[in-house]
Every structure is written in C-alpha cells, then in structure tokens.
Write a protein that binds this ligand. Structure first.
Ligand code: UDP
Length: 251
C-alpha cells in the first residue's frame, strides 16, 4: 500500500469518522472514544475505547479474511486508525443471536440466556430517525435496497461471520452472545463486511466467570451502568491480541 494524504471528512458517525484520501480506492477510519447507547440518549467519553475497538476490529477483520469472508479492511494505520476500501453501506443492520438477550427478550417471550440453535438472524432498518426498526420481509422488499439474491448473500455472509467469530471467541474463553454487522458494496459490486466488529457491536461473556454481571465484557456494561467498561474492553483486546498478535499495518 502506497502512502496517502488524508482528505476531507466524508462521514461522522457515533463512534467513528471516515475520511477521504488522495487515493480513490482507500478511505481512512478514525475510531473515537465517544460512547453512546439507546439511540444516543446516553453519552460518555471513554478514554482508550477508540484505540481498543480499532485494534480488536483489525484483528477480527483479518480473521474473517483468513476464513474466506471478504471485508472492507485493508490495514491498521495508527493505534486508532485503519484504512479500508470505500463501500456503499447497505442501510440494514444484520444481527445474529446465539443466546437470547437484549431487545429480543423485550419483544417476545423468551428468557434471557436461552440458547438459540440455529442462531437467529434479525434485520433492522439502519436509520436513527426511525429508531432502527426491525424489518419484515415485506418492508425490506418495499425499501428496495437489496435484490433477493443480494439479501441471500448478505444472510449467508452474516452466518459465516457468526461461525468464524463464535469459534474464535470460544478459543479465548469468550461466549459470543450476539452481534451486529453492517455490509456494503465495493466499486465492483461485491458485498463486503464493513463498519466495525468490537465490544460495541458484539455481546461477549467471559466463560471463566459465572456471575451474570461480572462476566459481561461488552457495551452492556455501559448501557446498564455496571462500571469497568474500559477494563472489560481491555480484557477482550488482551485475549484477542494473544491469539492474533500482529495485524497488518500500512507503514
Ligand atoms: N447492536 C449494535 N448497534 C445497534 C443495535 C444493536 O451494535 O444499533 C448490537 C448489540 O451490541 C448487540 C446486538 O447488536 O450485540 C443485538 O442487539 P439488540 O437487538 O439486543 O439490541 P439492544 O438490546 O442492544 O438494544
């Protein structure tokens, strides 16, 4: 990868900033320390979160790549920056659940902690103004953002991501409860796993701890005011780093 010059801000989300570069096939992503929950009603600054999520995401994207799953990730740059391929994000959040928790248990009669086999896949319309609503088959068709073939490919990729992440996390004593991914189309029209994969977007429970609160190593610590958020993310990074010590860097 050749050196590039940072260009203008393309997009600022709740946890990241995306910048253009002087190379058309390269955008730079800065991971921020901002933490938000409940559609940004709850906000905080968590020192080090951006760096940890960037470091964890880089390694998980590389893991997916090794499993033959295409992602937007190119390389880690600075501790909290990565370079990625530009993609057109599909406005659909794909959630895969291995264990019932969170919104699922508020929306249907299922006890938190119930194993889901096969895993449950939910699609949500990605738009904060509407509160990211759960999509039905008919609404997804009406939105017109995916052809039936693209939707099939998106679900196939999400399930493949679940298989890869679940067994990787199990190897470092972490239970992958559920996660959200976003996907986008590259210039050639290929669907890639994009955005981030981190304790902000995955529920992860420590298999070495049985206490239902103490085992939580993800954003639920922030959502539920459990404290120790940065420490929990640090524990995830430590274990991920032990399994995947050196991600690619662009310098
Ligand atoms: N998630 C996310 N962004 C969202 C909504 C959910 O990253 O906008 C993740 C969340 O961290 C969890 C999974 O997707 O790992 C399932 O979340 P759920 O639908 O249970 O919603 P929640 O209970 O977090 O509101």
């Amino acid at each position: 990868m050749t050196a590039y010059t940072l260009g203008s801000l393309l997009y600022e989300g709740k946890a990241k900033r995306v910048f253009q570069t002087d190379q058309a096939d390269l955008v730079a992503v800065e991971y921020k320390d901002d933490a938000t929950a409940f559609n940004a009603l709850k906000k905080a600054q968590l020192a080090g979160k951006g760096l940890m999520n960037c470091q964890i995401s880089a390694r998980l994207f590389e893991l997916l790549e090794r499993e033959g799953i295409a992602t937007h990730y190119l390389a880690l740059q600075e501790p909290n920056w990565m370079v990625v391929k530009p993609v057109k994000i599909v406005p659909v959040e794909v959630v895969v659940r291995n264990i019932a928790f969170g919104s699922l248990c508020k929306q249907m009669p299922i006890d938190p902690g119930t194993p889901l086999d096969p895993p449950l896949l939910d699609l949500y319309y990605k738009d904060d103004a509407y509160g990211d609503p759960l999509l039905t088959e008919a609404r997804l068709q009406r939105l017109g953002v995916l052809t039936p073939e693209q939707r099939q490919e998106l679900e196939r990729l999400a399930m493949a991501v679940n298989n890869a992440l679940r067994s990787f996390f199990a190897g470092i004593d972490l239970e992958l409860v559920d996660f959200k991914i976003e996907l986008g189309f590259d210039a050639a029209g290929q669907l890639l796993v994009a955005d981030e994969i981190s304790p902000d977007t995955c529920r992860l429970w420590d298999r070495r701890i049985s206490d239902a609160q103490d085992r939580i190593l993800d954003k639920d610590r922030f959502r539920q005011d459990l404290g120790g958020v940065v420490e929990a993310y640090g524990e995830v990074l430590k274990r991920v780093q032990q399994a995947c010590p050196t991600p690619r860097t662009s310098k």
